[in-house]
Design a protein around this ligand. Structure first.
Ligand SMILES: CC(=O)[C@@H](O)[C@H](O)COP(=O)(O)O
Length: 257
């Protein structure tokens, strides 16, 4: 079974909780997704305009594990402070660490990310860093104490799907024993299936479900796609070939009168 920092998780879909049309739809989507981990921002307004205490109570009532995040933080000090507040509010040492470095693309500031990851790991946090698909940054994050990595596949909220499959493949290849969660940029269930077929351990997504016309049905569609992708990976899929290969071998020759 998949484990994050020694904690087993049943579902390979981690769901964000922002921007749902209403709290009820959020709760129904979480249930339909089968997720047992949801991520929550301490700093953003969320479902149906609810924020702060009322929203956090709703999240606690879902009966799933909470992975607080530092979305909206742009510096080491802001991210570290937000993580410490999240630890108090949600009584967990898990933190999805986001340190945004670029205003337009929301690309992580990987230098600040590594620094914040080290500070938080040293302080006992279990850090889930939102990062790029860069192998050197990944190494630095592991050195800083991270035991899980969360590479993007496209910018947050873009719904663009995997933009650099060779880089994602390389990441899986070079870190075979590290739980790898694709986080951000997934738009369709087929995108999630694709990264799971590459061998990623899980997917975290928000916008594609919250922004769908029917978030509850979409949550369920993502759950199915992620299971299909995982099963396909375990079934050792064929690599694409340049040449045709008959799928029905012909033995001898048919003789027609
Ligand atoms: C909710 C959250 O943590 C996002 O910052 C996350 O990265 C998901 O990205 P998408 O909204 O693109 O799925």
């Amino acid at each position: 079974m998949l484990e994050f920092y020694g904690t087993p998780v049943a579902s390979r879909l981690l769901l964000g909780t922002s921007r749902y049309p209403s709290p009820v739809i959020l709760a129904d989507a979480v249930q339909a997704s089968g997720s047992d981990v949801v991520t929550v921002s301490l700093r953003r307004e969320t479902a149906g305009g609810k924020s702060g205490g009322a929203f956090f109570d709703l999240i606690r009532s879902l009966g799933v594990r909470i992975l607080p995040n530092t979305a909206g933080c742009h510096s080491v000090s802001e991210a570290v402070l937000t993580a410490k507040m999240a630890r108090e509010v949600f009584a967990t040492d898990w933190i999805k660490l986001e340190v945004i470095g670029h205003h337009d693309t929301l690309q992580p500031d990987v230098f600040a990310l590594v620094e914040a990851a080290r500070i938080l790991s040293d302080d006992g946090f279990r850090v889930f860093p939102y990062t790029t698909d860069d192998l050197v940054v990944a190494e630095r994050l592991l050195d800083a104490g991270c035991q899980v990595l969360m590479p993007w596949c496209a910018p947050i909220g873009s719904a663009a799907g995997p933009q650099n499959v060779p880089a994602l493949r390389a990441m899986r290849h070079h870190f075979p024993d590290v739980p790898l969660i694709v986080d951000a940029g997934i738009g369709r269930p087929s995108h999630a299936c694709r990264v799971m077929e590459l061998g990623f351990d899980a997917v975290l997504l928000n916008t594609a479900v919250a922004g769908a016309g029917d978030p509850v049905v979409m949550a369920s569609a993502f759950a199915s796609a992620i299971t299909a992708g995982r099963d396909a990976y375990l079934a050792d899929p064929l690599e694409p070939r340049d040449m045709a290969v008959p799928s029905t071998p012909v033995i001898g020759k048919a003789v027609f009168a």
